[in-house]
Design a protein around this ligand. Structure first.
Ligand code: GLN
Length: 454
């Protein structure tokens, strides 16, 4: 814990931590020492972690990287952080992210962006998003692991951009209670770590039924670490042809091919599969996620949480809402609220929201059929490129940024577990990741496939 705290102070230029909690960390570390001396299981006991700013941590600023939550210190602790602390984990501080987890580059944060510790020449690169601070902190060894959340790729894409492991578990595996909501039917928290084994241990500690989240599944949490045997003989790995996008860089194609060969060498059977509705996933996601966000973000009204605008004489409640929300939300969040409100409006509900829901059901069905045909895991690239330069994609057209999520959003729409594993460097010397998608509730088996690729 001490050496992490020193490393964090020395790495301020990365912008990974937005709020440091050294006093809490040292108290927790001392308590963990005592527990270990008394014979507690090592697992997460005494392990220093970073916590994404989307998690409510009691008495500690929890702003979802938004100005609208400025000054918000929750009265309660999220279920995930409660479980981690109960297991003896140590919180070093809160980590940078895109505002309300909306973004793929960490550039929508009210704190300014986090920076990828990987560099090409002197160009500053994005660590990805929205869990960019988590990814940067783990990759730069500022902590041993970090919590992330993933609504459409926000664990897996930053993991790929920084050369670490990130898993989004099955929807319902991890409680969403106390995690600031973005799109409730898609959001899942998960670990971001240096290795697959760490991910298995960390995920087990986060998981499990929580009566405070009605979508959390009442299922026992298997021992994910015990599943890491490295034995995948006889497993069937699907390669979906629809993920072979036009204009995909040859390097990614090669990496994907090599990943499949590694799994084959370990005794798995590689089969071509089709997930025919893949091309509709991105548009469906960018209707459903904003729709849910517009509803979830209605609660930031200047009364209940954080920031309230300074009012002028004669301003009423409407002006208070308008001014507070105009000041508090950044441009990307405002865009999502407007899109979401539009697709849910009486005249357009059927044309957009209902259609997107139907597409979602078809995407889910594609995966169900593949698994019903005996496929154990699906291998795809994690991202369409390696990390890009900061400022490079923050252009006038937000759709360019959305295209980053092309390989990851299907997994959230279908509620499946997905893991991003670092598998090598591209010609620029930047890390690249592959994604494995698994059957629902089989995170152990999924991590075991990732273990073979690692
Ligand atoms: N980049 C996606 C978005 O902006 C995904 C974000 C996420 O998973 N939280 O919506």
């Amino acid at each position: 814990t001490m050496s992490c705290l020193t490393a964090i102070d020395a790495a301020d230029t990365l912008g990974a931590f937005v709020h440091k909690t050294p006093d809490i960390a040292l108290d927790q570390a001392r308590a963990a020492d005592a527990r270990l001396k008394a014979g507690a299981a090592p697992d997460l006991c005494g392990i220093p972690l970073g916590i994404k700013d989307l998690f409510c941590t009691k008495g500690v600023p929890s702003q979802a990287a938004s100005n609208i939550l400025r000054g918000f210190r929750p009265e309660y602790e999220s279920t995930v952080t409660t479980r981690l602390f109960d297991a003896g984990a140590v919180m070093l501080g809160k980590l940078n992210m895109d505002e309300f987890a909306m973004g793929s580059s960490n550039e929508t944060s009210c704190y300014g962006n986090a920076v990828n510790p990987w560099k090409v020449d002197d160009r500053k690169l994005t660590p990805g998003g929205s869990s960019g601070g988590s990814a940067a902190a783990v990759a730069a060894d500022l902590c041993l692991g970090a919590t992330g959340t993933d609504t459409g790729g926000s664990i897996r894409q930053p993991a790929a951009f920084t050369g670490i492991v990130g898993i989004k578990p099955t929807y319902g595996r991890v409680s969403r209670w106390g995690v600031v909501a973005f799109a409730s039917s898609l959001d899942q928290a998960g670990p971001m770590t240096k290795s697959v084994r760490d991910a298995a241990i960390f995920l087990a500690a986060m998981s499990g039924h929580d009566p405070k989240d009605s979508t959390s599944a009442d299922l026992a949490v298997p021992d994910f670490e015990a599943a890491l045997t490295g034995d995948i003989r006889g497993k069937k790995i699907g390669i979906p042809k629809e993920y072979r996008m036009d204009g995909m860089p040859a390097e990614i194609e090669t990496l994907w091919h090599n990943g499949a060969e590694m799994l084959r060498d370990a005794g798995a059977e590689i089969v071509d599969i089709s997930l025919p509705h893949t091309k509709y996933a991105l548009p469906a996601y960018y209707v459903i996620a904003p729709a849910e966000a517009s509803s979830n973000l209605a609660r930031y009204d200047g009364v209940r949480y954080g920031h309230r605008a300074t009012l002028s004489a004669g301003d009423g409640i409407t002006e208070m809402y308008e001014k507070t929300r105009a000041e508090g939300f950044g441009p990307e969040v405002q865009r999502r609220i407007m899109v979401g409100t539009y697709v849910l409006s009486a005249g357009f509900y059927d044309a957009y929201y209902n259609r997107a829901r139907k597409v979602r059901a078809l995407i889910k069905r594609d995966f169900e059929l593949a698994f019903a045909n005996g496929v154990d895991a699906i291998l795809t690239p994690a991202t369409p490129s390696s990390a890009f330069g900061l400022g490079e994609m923050a252009s006038a057209d937000p759709v360019e940024m959305y295209l980053n999520d092309v390989f990851t959003v299907t997994v959230n729409l279908a509620g499946l577990p997905g893991v991003s594993v670092p598998v090598g460097l591209d010609a620029k010397g930047l890390p690249m990741g592959l994604q494995l998608i698994g059957r629902p509730w089989e995170e152990g088996d999924l991590l075991n496939h990732a273990y073979v690729l690692e």
